[in-house]
Design a protein around this ligand. Structure first.
Ligand SMILES: *Cc1c(COP(=O)(O)O)cnc(C)c1O
Length: 254
């Protein structure tokens, strides 16, 4: 009986994920059409944080190729359970240097590089592990204004200041074992872009284009989540990171 219930629960979850994915896919397609962009210029990255490995497995079966996680404690065992799946793993959370070794076991890309110390730790870690090159994005804090720089903006708390981006991009491009892929941001809750994701993502696009002048291969712009993926695509995002719209609302403190 239990077995039958488990099976029907799994079938129901699969149907729900399929329906959610279809509606997110439609939103992405509509946003691309509205922006006059090709659908294949935007990659959907599904943020599976707080959800079990069984969901990641179902998503892979539904054709999802890119998944993201934001906490190593949650991600490491999940990635291990999903080793056999052909997935690209994105790490999108704040990364402490003492977690680098673990993250390098499964991550293909890290979107949240925001300080030199982390560039050094990642580069050293890739070389020590003898693993393939790690794709890296500089995370930009769009909520910080330049006054924050003087008043001691704490790096590592969700992105680098915009004025630090060229230096971090340069460091990533020069670091053995790392590949500079682009920039990432979250629509800020504070500062002059609060409540205006489109303006925030336009600012990110400017920063991205400055980075590309020096590093033409750094073409990734990771922006947009469940609530603002349309604005991100309108502003030129190449990767949208969508969690709740695919998997459902996370419990608080997820
Ligand atoms: C959780 C998370 C997302 C996904 O957010 P949703 O609102 O659930 O779509 C995207 N990016 C980062 C960095 C996240 O931590």
């Amino acid at each position: 009986m239990t077995h039958v219930n488990d099976q029907s629960a799994a079938r129901a979850r699969l149907a729900q994920l399929r329906a959610n994915l279809t509606s997110v896919e439609q939103r992405v397609a509509d946003a691309c059409a509205a922006a006059g962009r090709a659908r294949d210029s935007v990659t959907l990255v599904v943020v599976t944080k707080t959800y079990p490995a069984s969901d990641t497995r179902l998503l892979a079966g539904l054709g999802v190729a890119d998944v993201a996680e934001n906490r190593d404690q949650d991600a490491a065992p999940k990635a291990e359970e999903c080793r056999d799946l052909d997935l690209r793993w994105h790490f999108v959370g704040q990364l402490q240097t003492n977690k680098v070794r673990s993250v390098l076991r499964y991550a293909d890309l890290v979107h949240s590089v925001d300080r030199i110390r982390l560039v050094e730790a990642l580069s050293e870690g890739v070389l020590k592990a003898g693993r393939p090159e790690l794709g890296c994005l500089v995370q930009v804090d769009l909520g910080a204004d330049s006054a924050a720089a003087e008043s001691g903006h704490a790096p590592g708390r969700g992105g680098a200041l915009p004025e630090q981006v060229p230096m971090l991009a340069e460091a990533l491009a020069a670091a053995p074992g790392l590949r500079l892929d682009g920039v990432m941001a979250v629509a800020p809750l504070h500062g002059r872009f609060a409540g205006d994701p489109r303006a925030a993502f336009d600012r990110l696009a400017e920063i991205a284009s400055r980075v590309r002048e020096a590093h033409p291969a750094a073409t990734m712009v990771s922006a947009g989540m469940s609530g603002d993926l349309e604005q991100a695509i309108a502003a030129g995002a190449t990767h949208v990171r969508v969690g709740t719209a695919v998997l459902g609302a996370r419990p608080p403190l997820g």
